[in-house]
Ligand binder design. Structure first.
Ligand code: COA
Length: 408
């Protein structure tokens, strides 16, 4: 493992992800930011923050917020740089990536990173609005995001499933597992819904064939925040920082129809390979991963794009893993005796997916897991290395962050 991390997380906070009809972005960011500040063990003052990074996708459309730096300056009472990133569903991951670059540059010692989205205000139009993250031709052809992912899922099942019913079953098992994980996460959108079964997924209403409602992440409101410092000074703020070993972003065509293949996400492949190399790790070193599962097929893609399973074979391993552990109580993706546990908080599927907040929420979850502070959904084995994987659109952007508690 690389011994010189690029940043350290010293505090983290979030709101519950839900339909927050009575909240506005300002109050949600305020709540997430305040809990992040309050979680810094030895305290941190607002004047210690040198810059703020914000990730959000649709604020101009959903909230009529344009000049985010000026808006945030007023809300936070600060005059530091307010850096604003937009990469659709990867906006949060990109804000975190840019924050790491800011700290590594030596320009800043401590920064705030926040992600937010208020989607329900446009409930009846949000499906159209999300298509800003796709190609205009795809929008004109009548596609929605569930439709785009349904195309990818159909192709995957055709090329690799070979008509085997277990392939469809494995895609349902991912939803079952992520709902199972969210049951002990008090911030998750679907905590109250409880466990779901494979049969319920397979019989739930069709959204865009073969994607059913229980394959989908929901429409959500929420915010999440992190306090990051240069690694050298992290212990001024807490005795147990979580280090960011590497931070990478990769891009690819925004459109499906110009890509070489649509049974995976090339940007994930590139970003994961670069992040692992930079941290001097392999995929088998990763203990837990917060993975972008906007639709269950995307989690399946990750398991192949990251190199954890060979191309086209993840569905067999997911199926066998679920069977061997007798259901969703714990699905470690077990390979060569190594376990990679995915989406302990419930993932986008069940924790919720307020688009810009998701990439920051993933780091929040890993921070809490690595510090053994995840409460009811704390993993039941000792883990030290975590991965956060955030995708924009159908794969136009991917960010990957590798986190560790102990550097040796
Ligand atoms: N998973 C599980 N349950 C869901 C759900 C989901 N994704 N979405 C909605 N529900 C539940 C609701 O809680 C509600 O339950 P209740 O009747 O017990 O209260 C019920 O289903 C109906 O909810 P409703 O909001 O009317 O559903 P909908 O049909 O309008 O929306 C989707 C469902 C799947 C179309 C919507 O959640 C969606 O568009 N998701 C994808 C979002 C997206 O594309 N994000 C970007 C990804 S790249």
């Amino acid at each position: 493992m690389k011994s010189t991390p690029c940043a350290a997380i010293v505090g983290a906070g979030r709101t519950k992800f839900a339909e927050h009809w009575d909240e506005d972005p300002r109050s949600m960011i305020g709540k997430a930011g305040m809990t992040a500040f309050e979680s810094v063990d030895k305290g941190i003052r607002r004047r210690d923050i040198d810059a703020c990074y914000f990730g959000s996708f649709l604020y101009q459309v959903t909230n009529k917020i344009g000049l985010v730096p000026g808006y945030m300056s007023r809300e936070l009472g600060m005059n530091v740089p307010m850096i604003n990133t937009e990469a659709a569903c990867a906006s949060g991951g990109l804000a975190l990536h840019n924050a790491c670059i800011g700290l590594q540059s030596g320009n800043y010692d401590a920064v705030l990173v926040a992600g937010f989205e208020k989607m329900t205000d446009r409930q009846d139009k949000i499906t159209d609005d999300l298509m800003f993250a796709a190609d205009p031709h795809e929008f004109e052809a009548g596609y929605t995001f569930p439709g785009l992912y349904a195309t990818m899922m159909t192709r995957y099942m055709y090329e690799y499933g070979n008509g085997d019913a277990r392939c469809e079953e494995a895609l349902a098992q991912i939803a079952v597992k992520n709902h199972h994980h969210c049951v002990r996460n008090p911030f998750a959108q679907f905590q109250e819904k409880g466990e779901i079964t494979v049969d319920e997924v397979k019989q739930s209403k069709i959204v865009a064939n073969p994607i059913r409602i229980l394959h989908c992440s929901p429409v959500s409101d929420g915010a999440s925040a992190l306090i990051l410092t240069r690694p050298e000074i992290a212990k001024q703020y807490t005795d147990t920082p979580v280090y960011i070993l590497s931070s990478h972003e990769a891009t690819d065509h925004v459109s499906l129809y110009t890509r070489d293949n649509i049974t995976g996400v090339n940007a994930t492949r590139i970003a994961t390979a670069k992040a692992l190399k930079a941290a001097d790790l392999t995929i088998d070193d990763i203990d837990i991963a917060e993975v972008h599962d906007c639709f269950t097929i995307e989690e399946m893609f990750f398991l192949e794009d990251s190199g954890f399973y060979p191309k086209g074979e993840a569905w067999k391993h997911v199926y066998e893993s679920c069977e061997s552990f007798k259901g969703p109580s714990h699905i470690p993706y077990d390979k060569n005796g190594h376990e990679l546990t995915v989406n302990l908080g419930g993932g986008l599927k069940a924790d919720g997916h307020p688009v810009g907040a998701t990439g920051v929420r993933q780091a929040y979850e890993c921070f809490r897991q690595l510090r053994k502070e995840a409460g009811g959904n704390q993993i039941d084995r000792d883990v030290n290395i975590a991965m956060c994987h955030n995708v924009g659109g159908t794969g136009g952007v991917a960010t990957v962050h590798l986190l560790a508690r102990d550097l040796e």
